[in-house]
Design a protein around this ligand. Structure first.
Ligand code: GLA
Length: 676
């Protein structure tokens, strides 16, 4: 199988390279240092628009020619950016309507980046002109390995509320609902006299005196994600037409940003001459530890890639600059972070950025070449990582195949994030992260899937929070269980249809029969309160955030609520379905430790095992395999003590042979080629 970037055999290593920030005299040193660190791929010119097109349609490619030649002479391949992420000031001055407008009606200005309305025809035309120039000039350049479209779509401009966007929103709605009757029905405009009688009355969800229409808000989020995606598709199609055979990607932010429906993006980013790439930055002050944050992003990206290898396009060598407190990584941590992504399917490790900027708003962001230069711990780690990734070349193309899937649906989370919900504490994306973290702590590697996906490869499907579900998704989950699959569903799932209309007859609506439970009324808890669970509960003593009043219809009750208005109602149930299927339902939320025990118990009963059942605390294990039987076991020690691990094979990083066990040093990693 060819590498994901066929012109870069083995694993990709490098980062964003912004030569326009430096005099040409620095470029030679850059290339020499890249060679020293065994860098084989750099992303050139992500923010180079003003450099390449200093005035409208006057292009200056001399410097880009020279840097690409220099990189080529150094044996370094190029992920060439289309440079469309940050239009220059001349552009927004000439086309002020291309600037985005926020929900309060303020038009944002240039002087930063991504000052773009996603529906602007002027922006699209200018961007495609630049792409055409770049594609025709560089498609045959020997350094070119792939195309990098734009940058982190929607990072700063996910939704635009200008008149152009409003018109595009109406067109999108016309396509979705056909006519105004369809729209009025879908949006329940019979409520509060909101009935529309002409399309021009339909607006983005602008500020209103009272709570707005929830389906209008939800559809605007769907539309806004589609509008961003359309910009990518336009560039992608032009590149495929002008530069056939060269892979195209754009860097997603799976695991950090939640404004794009990345399942829809994945559809447009997989297939011939396409690859999924992702950026990830650790949140220094978060309830979930860095290694588990990385695992979440990597598992999600791999799932977007349909299980195939993907590319970590950006992460940070040490601190970032955009958090409130930007925590630096201690020596060695960067290597472990990179391997965390590689373990979960990335065929490389790329960084933002190559050389630390002297000025500009990211001057306090770490880089592979720090301000201190090469006499630095960061640089020594950069060189060590380059050596390590070269030693791992043979894992290129191997895959991770979990037996557990976590259902994630963006529109469902968006709907649940809307106004006037039963409890502000019932967060959706955060609950998905908590369940993933609990599985991570249990040593179980999981994929993510959308509700309509083929689930047949999994022994267990968990559904942390799926407020909105379409009929097809609900039927799919039911069929999966009927065929013997195991399901664990969290509270407040299956509640509304795709238009955010309640499914009547008792909660959890679409999943009521599957779960064998009928809930009459929700009893969310007051801030900071908990609800007692019946004695000896496998869930621990308390439920958090949520309780509900109902009964089991066909399910067996495992645990009930033990106090308050829902005392006696089921808190955990299990229903037997079809040919050995089981459908568990948790009608509350759990603290981290009981959630780990519940998921471990349910996974064990489904036959979904941890990768290494007897791992020491703080040790992460993931296996990559290939159809020919090769297997590579990544063992990452996140603890601060050396860990003895039972496993056998040859460590690709050091050559050490483990016959039945070995020691992974504190903060260290091994990658064992296991015997076939
Ligand atoms: C994102 C962007 C980069 C840079 C980094 C900083 O990933 O793509 O250009 O701003 O964030 O962490």
């Amino acid at each position: 199988m060819p590498s994901i970037v066929p012109r870069v055999p083995g694993l990709c290593y490098g980062g964003d390279y912004n030569p326009e920030q430096w005099p040409e005299s620095v470029w030679r040193e850059d290339v020499a240092l890249m060679r020293e660190a065994r860098v084989n791929l750099v992303t050139v010119g992500v923010f180079g628009w003003a450099w390449l097109e200093p005035e409208e349609q006057r292009y200056e490619f001399g410097r880009l020619d020279r840097i690409l030649d220099l990189l080529h002479d150094g044996g370094i391949r190029v992920d060439l950016a289309t440079a469309t992420a940050s239009p220059p000031p001349w552009f927004s001055t000439a086309y002020p309507l291309s600037l985005p407008v926020d929900a309060d009606g303020r038009r944002l200005r240039h002087g930063s980046r991504q000052a773009i309305c996603a529906s602007s025809p002027d922006y699209l035309a200018a961007a495609l002109r630049l792409v055409e120039q770049l594609a025709t000039r560089y498609r045959d350049h020997p350094a070119l390995a792939m195309w990098h479209v734009n940058n982190e779509y929607g990072c700063h401009n996910a939704r635009c509320y200008c008149d152009t966007s409003a018109a595009a929103f109406r067109t999108w709605l016309q396509r979705r609902y056909g006519d105004l009757d369809g729209l009025n029905d879908a949006w329940t405009t019979s409520f509060w006299s909101q009935r529309y009688t002409a399309w021009e009355q339909v607006l983005p969800p602008l500020p209103t005196p009272a709570t707005g229409n929830p389906t209008q808000a939800l559809d605007f989020r769907r539309f806004s994600s589609d509008a961003q995606l359309a910009m990518f598709v336009a560039e992608r199609d032009l590149l495929h037409a002008l530069s056939p055979g060269v892979p195209v990607t754009t860097n997603l932010m799976a695991g950090l940003h939640t404004d794009q429906d990345y399942w829809n993006w994945a559809r447009e980013m997989t297939g011939p001459d396409l690859l999924i790439s992702n950026d990830h930055y650790v949140l220094g002050e978060d309830d979930i530890p860095p290694a588990a944050q990385i695992a979440y992003a990597a598992d999600l990206t791999r799932s977007l890639s349909g299980g195939s290898p993907w590319l970590l396009m950006e992460h940070s060598p040490s601190a970032v600059n955009w958090q409130r407190r930007n925590l630096a990584k201690p020596g060695g941590r960067m290597i472990l972070d990179s391997l965390g992504h590689v373990a979960r399917g990335s065929d490389g490790a790329m960084f933002f950025q190559w050389r630390a900027s002297r000025g500009g708003s990211e001057k306090w962001h770490s880089a592979m070449v720090p301000h201190a230069g090469t006499d630095s711990s960061v640089w020594r780690d950069v060189v060590a990582l380059g050596t390590g990734l070269a030693a791992l070349a043979e894992i290129d193309g191997s895959t991770v195949t979990p037996t557990v899937a976590i259902l994630l649906d963006y529109a469902s989370c968006w709907a649940q994030e809307g106004e006037s919900q039963p409890s502000v504490d019932m967060d959706a994306f955060a609950e998905v992260r908590r369940w993933h973290h609990a599985l991570w702590r249990a040593g179980i590697v999981a994929d993510f899937a959308r509700p309509e996906a083929d689930l047949s490869a999994y022994r267990l499907v968990v559904v942390p929070s799926l407020y909105l579900i379409g009929d097809a998704g609900a039927a799919n989950l039911g069929a999966y269980a009927a065929e013997g699959g195991h399901v664990l569903v969290g509270a407040y799932s299956g509640i509304v249809d795709e238009c955010d209309r309640v499914r009547l007859g008792g909660y959890p609506g679409a999943l009521r029969d599957l779960l064998g439970v009928r809930v009459e009324e929700f009893f969310p808890l007051a801030a900071g309160r908990s609800v007692a669970l019946a004695g000896g509960s496998p869930l621990g003593a308390y439920g958090l955030v949520w309780a509900e009043f109902g009964r089991a219809t066909t399910a067996t009750v495992v645990t009930t609520f033990a106090d308050g208005p829902t005392a006696g109602s089921p808190a955990l149930t299990v229903n037997t379905v079809g040919a050995g299927g089981r459908a568990w339902y948790l009608g509350t939320r759990l603290a981290p430790d009981p959630l780990v025990s519940l998921l471990s118990t349910v996974a064990a009963s489904a036959g979904a095992e941890p990768v290494l059942p007897d791992r020491p605390d703080g040790v992460e294990a993931v296996r990559r395999t290939r159809p020919d039987g090769s297997a590579y076991l990544f063992v990452l020690n996140h603890s601060d003590v050396d860990a003895t691990v039972r496993a056998a094979g040859t460590d690709l990083l050091t050559g050490a042979v483990w016959t039945d066990s070995g020691v992974v040093s504190a903060g260290g990693a091994v990658v064992l080629r296991e015997a076939r």
